[in-house]
Write a protein that binds this ligand. Structure first.
Ligand SMILES: [Zn+2]
Ligand SMILES: [Zn+2]
Length: 195
């Protein structure tokens, strides 16, 4: 069973907003999904574990502001992945080297990258089939989907992305960018997508 730590990080520029940052422990080092802010909290939670990669689910500031400090702390060889469609916008916020994703690749041996545009053009979900887990970023939350009114958002792309996620096994545990975990089955029951 994969060890996952969920850190709830308060976002200083948006009152009341809390982002989930996930630390996924793997044999070759911990993978950090969405280092929202507060690098000190993340470094302290990592403890003696070294990170092997940072994966960003999308371009928004509430998911990536700790990246420069983490790269400074752990070294520039720490890869930071983001979908190619969100790369330029992410780079505007964090001036570090970013590795582009295209969707369909397998990262760190376990994460299948699913391109799920709609909340932003480069939003991704990370699917771990062996564990029945989906890191859904701001695409799918408990009881709702991500907002589509942002600059590169699109209701029709969000609809198509949710249809894709709806095909995953119902028991898949969804770990979203904000709020509590859910499952694909619960969200189907809640009528998130009409099939
Ligand atoms: Zn977002
Ligand atoms: Zn967010």
């Amino acid at each position: 069973m994969m060890q996952i730590k969920r850190l709830e990080i308060a976002i200083s520029h948006a009152r009341g907003l809390v982002t989930n940052c996930y630390l996924v422990e793997l044999p070759d080092g911990t993978v950090i999904v969405d280092p929202a802010e507060d690098a000190a909290q993340i470094i302290s939670a990592l403890g003696k574990n070294r990170p092997q990669a940072v994966i960003l689910t999308h371009r928004h500031d509430d998911h990536l502001l700790a990246v420069p400090e983490l790269v400074a702390h752990y070294g520039e060889q720490l890869p930071v992945y983001v979908h190619e469609a969100d790369l330029a916008a992410a780079h505007d916020s964090i001036a570090v080297r970013l590795e582009p994703l295209h969707g369909g690749e397998r990262l760190c041996g376990v994460f299948e990258v699913i391109h799920t545009p709609g909340h932003s053009s480069g939003s991704i979900c990370l699917y771990v089939p062996d564990e029945g887990l989906l890191f859904s970023g701001d695409t799918l939350f408990e009881g709702t989907c991500g907002a589509v009114h942002f600059e590169s958002g699109s209701p029709s792309q969000m609809h198509d992305s949710l249809q894709r996620l709806a095909k995953l096994p119902k028991a898949t545990v969804v770990l979203p960018g904000h709020g509590n975990p859910t499952t694909i089955g619960e969200e189907l029951t809640a009528g998130l997508v009409e099939i």
